[in-house]
Design a protein around this ligand. Structure first.
Ligand SMILES: [Ca+2]
Length: 484
């Protein structure tokens, strides 16, 4: 067995190594080994070993291979601008996320992944595979009194798993936010097991109400840690000969901003005074992201990742209060600008250990069909309930997580609306270069995302568009006119 050192990075708090070892019989297995020493724990360290291939490609399999386990991780309120795997600007302030960085090193990273600008519609689109204009969910519950839950008539991912491949063991943990009743995760969502919070955010990360299959309890354990504990407790009950699909929607780094437990983050001397948090929220936001990263690492080291697909996303952009300093106020969470809807997305797959990046625009609604494809479920939607989801899995490729060029979106659609306020929100269409926003208040904006990624120069304010700009504008307008 030969070990070859591929990379070695020494940072302030950590060093990270990636080994490839090639044992006999031709198998290649990538192990990412992460050792990080916490600044507040001078002699303590965490050793993170992530086996990324585990001989899956070349060991002769005598029995029928089972479809993979699927782990969907949702981080609450985080834009691409807030992760080092996307943002290399020296002016950026970034949380320390060694676990995400390590995972990204063996993932397909989606550089143009989009979601809704708020929590509920993103979740609704993933679980139904349908845009909000079909389900009625265009904004966060609470700001639109016209709708208070995912309609029970919607067919959900867990319901499809139950009818099409009941061998899968299913559970959701963390934030639900698709209904207010204690039993809605099972009654509306179809989850046979749920443990987490129901609404948009916990009232206090150290004192919050948890619902476990309809029963409430008051929890004083840190919410991020409790989400991981609950998943691991469920994991221990699984029949490991059968596949599982779990959706873990962390509450962090959504408000309330706070100081995470010592040992989970890298910030020092954070003032717990609420006024201090309000005055300078960014370090607390970053601390919550770091605590997520640490606990996500604990999760990954506690389970068998063989034949497990990991999908990691943010549900919408970062809130204005915690945004990067250089970003414009108002172009973040809740908005249809890139800071509101462009989110981190990566897929790690043990059958694909070649890191790659995808620039084709994709939408979280596509995860519905992607997850079903991984589970080898052939789902035919009813005529009355068409889906908008396009699988990112290229089934014709030798490695499965390469995006299918046939299913990628030539034009990406995004939206936000509020049934109570017809003037709120709008519709978005973007191609590989240009983005058109038709706001419901009647105004329009048109941006060149290549030269103007922060959307500072509305091209519609120019007296003359170039020929290419005019053609793109017409194409995107016609697309938006045709989609609903
Ligand atoms: Ca959110």
């Amino acid at each position: 067995m030969n070990f070859r050192l591929e990379t070695l990075e020494i940072r302030f708090f950590e060093f990270k190594t990636a080994f490839t070892f090639q044992p006999k019989r031709r198998q290649t297995c990538n192990l990412l080994i992460l050792l990080h020493v916490h600044p507040n724990m001078k002699f303590a360290f965490t050793l993170l070993v992530i086996p990324l291939s585990l001989f899956a490609q070349t060991v002769e399999i005598e029995t029928e291979p089972t479809p993979p386990n699927i782990l969907l991780i949702i981080i609450d309120d985080i834009s691409q601008q807030d992760l080092s795997i996307y943002n290399q600007q020296t002016s950026a302030s970034l949380p320390h996320t060694p676990v995400i960085e390590t995972l990204a090193g063996s993932s397909v990273i989606f550089n143009n992944a989009y979601a809704y600008p708020t929590c509920s519609p993103t979740r609704a689109s993933i679980i139904t595979g349908r845009y909000g204009f079909r389900t009625g969910i265009g904004t966060v519950f609470g700001s639109d009194s016209s709708i208070s839950q995912l309609p029970a008539s919607e067919t959900t991912l867990p319901e499809i798993f139950a009818t099409h491949n009941p061998s899968y063991q299913l559970a959701q943990f963390g934030k639900w936010h698709l209904g207010r009743s204690a039993n809605s995760p099972s009654e509306i969502g179809g989850w046979p097991h749920f443990s987490g919070s129901l609404s948009g955010g916990v009232s206090d990360f150290y004192d919050w109400t948890k619902y476990t299959n309809g029963a409430s309890s008051q929890i004083t354990n840190y919410a991020t840690s409790e989400n991981v504990n609950d998943f691991l407790a469920w994991y221990q009950t699984l029949d490991q000969s059968m596949p599982w699909f779990s959706w873990i929607a962390f509450n962090a780094p959504h408000t309330p901003l706070h100081i995470p437990p010592e040992g989970l983050h890298y910030k020092q001397n954070l003032d717990p005074d609420p006024t201090a948090i309000e005055t300078d929220p960014r370090p607390y936001f970053e601390a919550a992201v770091e605590a997520f990263d640490t606990e996500f690492g604990r999760l990954l080291t506690s389970i068998d990742l063989t034949n497990t697909v990991i999908i990691l996303i943010g549900d919408n952009g970062t809130a204005n209060a915690a945004k990067q300093e250089y970003l414009e106020q108002g172009k973040n969470k809740g908005s249809l600008y890139e800071g509101g809807i462009k989110i981190p997305m990566l897929i790690a797959d043990p059958s694909n250990v070649i890191p790659s990046a995808v620039n084709d625009p994709v939408h979280v609604v596509d995860l519905f069909s992607t997850i079903l494809d991984y589970a080898e479920i052939e789902y035919v939607p009813s005529v009355n309930q068409p889906i908008d989801s396009k699988s990112l899995v290229d089934k014709t490729a030798p490695i499965t997580t390469v995006i299918s060029t046939e299913s990628s979106n030539p034009i990406l659609y995004a939206e936000a609306f509020n049934g109570e306020n017809p003037n709120a929100g709008g519709s978005v269409a973007r191609n590989e270069r240009y983005k058109l926003i038709l706001f419901h208040n009647g105004t329009s904006e048109f941006y060149d995302l290549i030269t103007d990624p922060l959307e500072n120069n509305n091209l519609l304010e120019l007296e003359i568009l170039t020929e290419a700009q005019s053609a793109a504008l017409q194409e995107l307008q016609e697309y938006l006119n045709s989609i609903q």
